[in-house]
Design a binder for this molecule. Structure first.
Ligand SMILES: O=P(O)(O)OC[C@H]1O[C@](O)(CO)[C@@H](O)[C@@H]1O
Length: 538
């Protein structure tokens, strides 16, 4: 296996004249046919030889991607195929059974959603389902949240409003449940967990079930599971006779599951055309499968990341969409990029500490927050602007001028261009993705673009983008804390003891800090007393 050699940036790019920059812009603008999108890399400091030198590594990345799409075990640690590209082109799946399963599942989603919208499936005590409560975390929440926000209310009201529980924060859970209020009786609950054993959605589900039961509602008649066959959640849903169970497949990773049942079910319930969303991704895949680098936007993104970060994640990726609808894109990409690329070891077992940190919000809001540092402070990032040319979902209608001949959208466009220029003038590189409009097709295309860029980049730096061993470590540590909690509570006596004494009592001196922190939490929640009831805070 090889790692691409990082190429130096060419700082002289930052000194080009406006005319030279315009020529560089025209020369390097990557047009994405059929999607009304462009990627501008002209403001990144690549030198004359960059693409020529990187081409062999890029060709290797194309070849590895082709193997992955053909069904190779691209996730060697977990011995799994990586099949998210098949979700929008089922015919490409390596086995006919998989093609059929993808196809049938999409049809099943449409049939179920149609039954909900036409009230053939309805709650026992309300005329129809008006709201959806989606419970999941990580890839089982970020995609649905991004889609709901980005695509909600385009041209007309959503058929169903989607709410989310994406944590095990009791206050957060109850706030969402309280927000549903009387609408709980017309709320459909999606419990989404690929593994079906993740504690956060399990806890959200138990809290939601209690809230439904407190209102006299039969939770099972409101509940739908989206999970792997045979998982713990699958068992609960089958055992309790839930309304429906949709499958999740082990060859789709959590962070790339937005085009599987995880993303499609809530999106379709909201009333968005899932075919448009999938078509956008399929089109982007067709384009980014081609091996002519200058016309492949995913390859260009991956190469620019490599240039900017010295192939080692030395700079952060700042996402600056100038569109409110794309606010959650940076959160979505945070998982896609950081869980995929943030790896200790490369594929040969060498420690490499790879990754690219991602953050962002939206412009021009950011201009009044952290753009000051981006322009003048530590130069540890590269920016990606995302622009939607259409100011509204109904261009030409209801145009309001805030000044003579100037709209609010003109200001947004001006602020984007101004920030791009201001950063560049101070030696800070950026890329710009321009889309005609933000709709289901565009959002599908954007997601597919970044999925493939992440895959390409992983090959450039020789890592497995499809596992997440670090997350498992945190999960195991959390489980240990709960074991210590149980032992510590059992060891409490009428005579107050401090954490050191409790640690001695349970025969685990190393657990003293865990005991201190855990019992403080229990005491704050009035689940154990302090002095006089067994626990003496330090
Ligand atoms: O859908 P699940 O299995 O509950 O997992 C949720 C998330 O947890 C992770 O496995 C680790 O954080 C993610 O990759 C995944 O998206």
């Amino acid at each position: 296996m090889t790692t691409a050699t990082a190429q130096p940036v060419d700082a002289s790019v930052f000194d080009l004249s406006p005319a030279e920059l315009y020529s560089r812009y025209r020369k390097n603008l990557c047009k994405v046919p059929g999607l009304n999108m462009t990627l501008d890399i002209s403001r990144m400091p690549f030198g004359k030889s960059f693409f020529r030198v990187m081409e062999p590594a890029m060709q290797h990345a194309y070849a590895e991607m082709e193997k992955l799409e053909s069904g190779a075990i691209a996730n060697p640690d977990e011995n799994r195929m990586v099949g998210h590209y098949w979700l929008r082109a089922p015919g490409l799946a390596p086995e006919p059974d998989l093609t059929k399963a993808i196809h049938d599942t999409v049809e099943d989603i449409k049939a179920f959603v149609d039954a909900v919208h036409t009230k053939a499936v309805k709650p026992a005590t309300a005329a129809k389902f008006t709201d959806v409560l989606s419970i999941g975390i990580g890839g089982s929440a970020l995609g649905p949240q991004f889609l709901a926000d980005a695509l909600g209310g385009i041209k007309r009201k959503d058929k169903i409003k989607v709410h989310f529980i994406d944590n095990t924060d009791t206050d957060g859970i109850r706030r969402t449940l309280d927000g549903l209020g009387a609408k709980m009786k017309s709320t459909l609950v999606l419990v989404i967990s690929k593994s079906g054993g993740t504690p956060e959605p399990r806890n959200g589900m138990i809290e939601a079930k209690a809230a439904f039961e407190a209102k006299g509602l039969d939770f099972a008649k409101h509940a739908v599971a989206i999970t792997g066959d045979g998982s713990q959640l699958d068992g609960v849903a089958k055992g309790e006779g839930w309304l429906k169970i949709f499958p999740m497949w082990d060859w789709v990773g959590g962070r790339t599951s937005v085009m599987a049942t995880v993303g499609l079910v809530p999106l379709a319930l909201q009333g968005i055309k899932i075919d448009d969303f999938l078509a956008g991704a399929q089109k982007m895949d067709e384009i980014t499968r081609k091996t002519f680098t200058k016309k492949n936007p995913a390859a260009l993104l991956a190469l620019m990341w490599h240039l900017a970060t010295n192939g080692k994640g030395e700079k952060d990726m700042v996402m600056l969409p100038y569109k409110d609808r794309l606010l959650l894109l940076s959160r979505y990409l945070q998982q896609l990029v950081m869980e995929s690329l943030g790896k200790e070891y490369d594929l040969d077992g060498n420690p490499v500490y790879q990754g690219i940190a991602v953050y962002g919000n939206k412009g021009s809001t950011d201009q009044h927050a952290y753009v000051q540092q981006l322009r003048e402070g530590v130069n540890n990032f590269f920016a990606t602007f995302i622009v939607g040319l259409q100011d509204t979902t109904t261009p030409g209608k209801n145009v309001i001028e805030v000044e003579d001949g100037v709209t609010a959208g003109d200001y947004l466009s001006g602020f984007f261009q101004g920030t791009r220029t201001a950063l560049f003038e101070n030696g800070r590189g950026s890329m710009t993705i321009t889309c005609d409009k933000i709709d289901a097709k565009t959002v599908g295309a954007l997601i597919a673009l970044y999925e493939r860029a992440v895959g390409f980049y992983a090959t450039l730096v020789n890592i497995n983008a499809y596992h997440q061993p670090g997350v498992e470590a945190g999960k195991k540590a959390a489980a240990t804390v709960l074991e210590v909690q149980a032992k510590a509570v059992a060891a409490l006596t009428a005579t107050p003891q401090n954490p050191v004494q409790i640690a001695e009592a349970i025969g685990d001196a190393d657990a003293v800090e865990t005991i201190d922190l855990t019992l403080a939490h229990l005491a704050a929640n009035k689940r154990i007393g302090k002095k006089g009831a067994g626990y003496l805070a330090n």
